[in-house]
Ligand binder design. Structure first.
Ligand SMILES: *[C@@H]1O[C@H](CO)[C@@H](O)[C@H](O)[C@H]1NC(C)=O
Ligand SMILES: *[C@@H]1O[C@H](CO)[C@@H](O)[C@H](O)[C@H]1NC(C)=O
Ligand SMILES: *[C@@H]1O[C@H](CO)[C@@H](O)[C@H](O)[C@H]1NC(C)=O
Length: 394
């Protein structure tokens, strides 16, 4: 095993083992969050947030089952999913949101569904039918929640595509509406609004582009050989067909742009809301690696250098409090960087950076030599810099 891969595995374990273990030994709901990280408005959902968001990035690694750590973690995750969704368990968390967080289960459940879709065997097929029924029950309860008119519409789509893939009655309007809106909200050159408006933050990477890409990818996989038009013969699919073309061009481009932001010390511009998602800001880069769709001018050895550095910079020991929970901050404890909706559970969305762990250790991502990043090529004259050869994405 390459040393980079063992470093990544260690970092992923540091993040999620304490969460999964403490759910399994039934101490999580009393031990989490740490008192200094509490956000009362989000207290009722913070546990579910940590579980769902923590799993959605490591799911491909659990699915691969190549490393003994992943075997152990997948077992813990299945037990945790059972306890989290069983109304009779001390760790029941999926339907407990109240007050200021009462619409949040739509968000959290979408991340949970995304995790299961990314690990269909380990985090879904292997669950008992009793547990599956509890999961479906919880997801079904999010259907009356009207999403905010921004990236939230994709959360409704994600839950419906989960139902579609797993043979549960799905709501076609709710499935397709979020995609249709995102055709309207396309602003140009590979960038979407968060709702109709331009936003200057990492939400295109945290949520918008990866969820669109995977929802469309899963629709295609659900009916192999069929186009979107044939899948939904009674609907006007033109907008969604256009969206599919746009997102497939945008992901490689956005991945390459994110790589250019990473400095040699693993820092990157700390701009925009939800920056306490730390290296999770690079979700699209990690996704493009996992799907083998990096653009030609970005070799995988270079992408690995950039991602490894951001993990090292934002997720070292300083990132964790004395209980082993991820602190609210970008590198350490920086709670004033958090918006009112951020809780200790929500920062586990950083797990998105770990998607490449779903590639086996023989994949070029792990075996290619370390290459200098774009930042080093440009600013330190290390290695050639190759221009990108793509026109405006439209
Ligand atoms: C439960 O698991 C957590 C996380 O690994 C650990 O810190 C704690 O000591 C365990 N508690 C019990 C009672 O086993
Ligand atoms: C979802 O909830 C509705 C309303 O309670 C119910 O009619 C429907 O059967 C449920 N669907 C599933 C899949 O549980
Ligand atoms: C992580 O950063 C430390 C401190 O800068 C450095 O010594 C170490 O080599 C880095 N590890 C990796 C895997 O890049």
């Amino acid at each position: 095993m390459t040393s980079a891969r063992s470093f990544w595995i260690h970092a992923a374990m540091l993040l999620m083992k304490p969460v999964l273990q403490s759910i399994c030994n039934e101490t999580f709901k009393t031990a989490f969050p740490s008192p200094e990280a509490r956000n009362e408005r989000m207290d009722s959902i913070t546990h579910y947030e940590a579980l769902a968001k923590g799993l959605y990035g490591i799911a491909p690694w659990l699915e691969l089952q190549e490393d003994p750590e992943a075997v152990e973690m997948a077992q813990l995750a299945r037990r945790a999913i059972d306890l989290a969704t069983d109304p009779k368990s001390s760790q029941f968390m999926t339907l407990t949101a109240v007050g200021g967080a009462s619409r949040q289960p739509l968000v959290t459940s979408a991340f949970f569904a995304y995790a299961m879709l990314r690990a269909p065997s380990e985090l879904w097929a292997k669950l008992d039918s009793r547990v599956k029924a509890n999961v479906i029950f919880s997801f079904n309860k999010t259907r009356p929640i009207t999403p905010s008119q921004n990236n939230w519409v994709l959360f409704a789509s994600m839950i419906e595509v989960f139902f579609l893939i797993n043979g549960v009655q799905h709501n076609e309007d709710r499935l397709l509406h979020g995609l249709q809106l995102h055709r309207e909200w396309y602003l140009g050159d590979g960038w979407w609004g968060d709702g109709p408006e331009y936003v200057h933050n990492y939400y295109n990477s945290y949520v918008t582009q990866p969820m669109m890409y995977d929802i469309l990818d899963m629709l295609h996989k659900s009916k192999p050989g069929l186009g979107l038009k044939e899948m939904f013969p009674h609907r006007d699919m033109q907008a969604i067909i256009e969206l599919n073309t746009l997102i497939n061009k945008a992901i490689p481009r956005s991945a390459a742009h994110l790589e250019t932001l990473v400095a040699p010390d693993g820092s990157f511009p700390a701009v925009g809301r939800s920056i306490t998602c730390r290296a999770g800001a690079l979700h699209i880069l990690s996704l493009a690696v996992l799907k083998h769709i990096l653009p030609k001018h970005l070799p995988v050895g270079q992408a690995r250098t950039a991602l490894t550095r951001t993990i090292n910079r934002t997720m070292n020991h300083r990132a964790y409090d004395k209980n082993g929970w991820l602190r609210i901050g970008v590198i350490g404890s920086q709670p004033k960087l958090a918006q009112s909706y951020v809780c200790q559970g929500s920062v586990y969305v950083v797990s998105a950076v770990f998607l490449p762990l779903g590639l086996p250790s023989t994949d070029p991502f792990w075996t290619q030599p370390e290459l200098p990043t774009t930042w080093e090529r440009v600013w330190e004259l290390k290695g050639e810099i190759i221009a990108e050869h793509s026109g405006v994405i439209k």
